[in-house]
Design a protein around this ligand. Structure first.
Ligand SMILES: [Ca+2]
Length: 535
């Protein structure tokens, strides 16, 4: 058995905390750092060894912390820098590593750099941001670039008579990464947190950092169809604002800063097609670096499709690299809502048995659902700018459901977003007391993964089952071979595999006893069920 596979980050089980919604300690209705500290034992008991905190920097909260006003401090709503140091020390006491969210593409327009930058065209900070004159022909916006949150990506500043670029909300001004001073500032931000002892970063939208230096108009997307469910950002092909190859040079500089320290990890957000993602791996070439893999979220929940996508990914992200799998995120509908409750156990088996670091979004381990947000309670700028199209991200950001008390034990004060009505049935207290709960399954799978060379780093191979609805694969290291059989449908299926028999390690529904000899020829897999079998 190799030692390296059991060391972090290869054995990471990452839990994403959305701090506003995890635990409120001072009853102002918003989660905070002391609240997180009070729940670390819960995470340690679940088997979590890595926490990623969504942003906690001082922020006007236009985009809930993704509009940073100071990269080297903590927003008072969450606590102080001392609270943060306490949180970090407590994480490490619980053998939990801590990843911070790094938001390099843009700052809040309240950041001191931007406040300086907009003072005059001659200000020393002017080139920290992307300022352009009006289009010489039309006299309007400099070009057709769009904001991901709707409308033009350009905002006019009357005082200096120029436009600044914002790829997201207009209160989030894009930094000019072609300016070496910006690079230097941000590398020092990384060092500030690494010096405090954090274990790495999750990097927000790095693919947007570099834009075409000629500011060319983007071509229209011929496949775009306007309609109630269409995201207007998709009307252009983002040839000149997204995934420009120079952005990887900046990520490389982040990596070099991490290498000034020991045992750090960096994961970058990437929404590009798979070939681009492989290119990112090939360019960066470090085992402590990985782009997120959102394929499970972005592809339909179908066994046949998952097999194709995962086969391809696994074959390209070779053992030199560190693969990842994300089941839920603060930007996408919750898994229970996306695929339905009946499939949550199958999803858990999938997440913890693939060759890649699993990322768990808070509350997924108890099967939290999207929450219906009445229009007057909407906070997300995406929903506010483009209402009624189902683009808003508030539904998956509601308070963690801890118990059946008022506001689900998250706070004694009315929370910033409403608690889901199902909290009396779906809560941590109830599910941790139930050996048959989804939470118990998560805990068991995490423990199993951490103790299995095959599940952690073993070779992945998928197998024909003769049934489109069933995804079967093995994980294999040395003499340990674990067969995973997942029924994605609500019907039982009889399958044929090229294996004769094995011993049951786990039945997703606990019907068949562990250790039972399983005949794998003409095996009937019940609806919505999964098996792990030692063969
Ligand atoms: Ca609070």
């Amino acid at each position: 058995m190799q030692n390296t596979s059991k060391t972090w980050p290869l054995n990471a089980i990452v839990y994403q905390i959305y701090p506003r919604s995890f635990q409120d300690s001072n009853n102002d209705g918003v989660g905070d750092l002391q609240g997180i500290i009070s729940r670390l034992q819960y995470l340690a008991d679940l088997g979590i060894n890595t926490v990623w905190l969504s942003p906690i920097y001082p922020s006007p909260m236009v985009d809930f912390g993704y509009d940073v006003a100071d990269y080297c401090d903590i927003d008072p709503v969450y606590g102080t820098l001392d609270d943060f140091k306490e949180l970090l020390a407590e994480c490490h006491k619980h053998d939990i590593k801590l990843l911070m969210d790094l938001i390099p593409n843009h700052t809040s327009t309240q950041h001191k750099w931007f406040l300086e930058s907009k003072k005059s065209k001659k200000n020393a900070f002017r080139d920290y941001y992307i300022w352009k004159n009006a289009h010489p022909g039309s006299g309007g916006v400099p070009n057709n670039w769009l904001s991901c949150f709707g409308g033009s990506g350009w905002e006019f500043d009357a005082e200096t008579g120029q436009y600044y670029l914002h790829s997201f909300a207009k209160e989030q001004a894009d930094l000019n990464w072609r300016n070496p001073a910006v690079v230097k500032e941000m590398l020092n931000v990384l060092r500030f947190w690494l010096d405090l002892g954090i274990d790495g970063f999750r990097v927000d939208v790095p693919e947007w950092m570099i834009k075409d230096d000629k500011f060319r108009d983007e071509p229209e997307n011929p496949d775009y169809k306007p309609g109630p469910q269409s995201d207007p950002y998709q009307q252009l092909i983002h040839k000149y604002t997204h995934a420009q190859k120079e952005y990887l040079e900046i990520v490389k500089q982040f990596i070099e800063v991490l290498e000034e320290y020991e045992h750090k990890f960096m994961v970058t957000e990437v929404w590009s097609p798979s070939e681009q993602m492989i290119k990112v791996y090939n360019e960066i070439e470090r085992d402590f670096f990985a782009p997120f893999n959102f394929f499970i979220i972005t592809h339909p929940w179908e066994a046949r499709i998952h097999r194709q996508v995962i086969d391809h990914y696994d074959s390209r992200v070779t053992h030199v690299y560190t693969p990842t799998y994300v089941l839920g995120s603060h930007d996408k509908s919750r898994t229970a809502t996306r695929i339905g409750h009946a499939q949550l156990r199958v999803a858990a088996l999938l997440l913890f048995t693939l060759r890649g670091i699993p990322f768990i979004y808070y509350g997924e381990e108890i099967g939290m659902e999207d929450t219906l947000i009445p229009p007057e309670k909407v906070h997300d700028p995406f929903e506010k700018n483009i209402p009624g199209m189902g683009l808003g991200r508030d539904p998956e950001r509601t308070p963690m459901q801890w118990d059946n008390k008022i506001f689900a034990g998250f706070s004694e004060h009315e929370p910033w977003l409403p608690v889901n009505d199902n909290y009396r049935q779906v809560n941590v207290e109830k599910l941790t007391g139930d050996d048959e709960s989804l939470h118990a399954l998560y805990k068991e799978l995490i423990a199993m993964r951490q103790n299995s060379e095959a599940l952690l780093t073993g070779k992945y191979s998928s197998w024909d089952t003769g049934v489109d609805d069933i995804f079967a694969y093995t994980r294999h290291a040395g003499s340990e071979v674990i067969l995973v059989i997942l029924n994605y449908s609500n019907k039982p299926h009889k399958i044929t595999l090229p294996f004769r028999k094995g011993k049951l390690l786990l039945d997703s529904h606990g019907i068949i006893e562990k250790g039972t000899d399983m005949l794998l020829y003409n095996l009937v897999v019940p609806a919505n069920n999964g098996y792990l079998v030692n063969i």
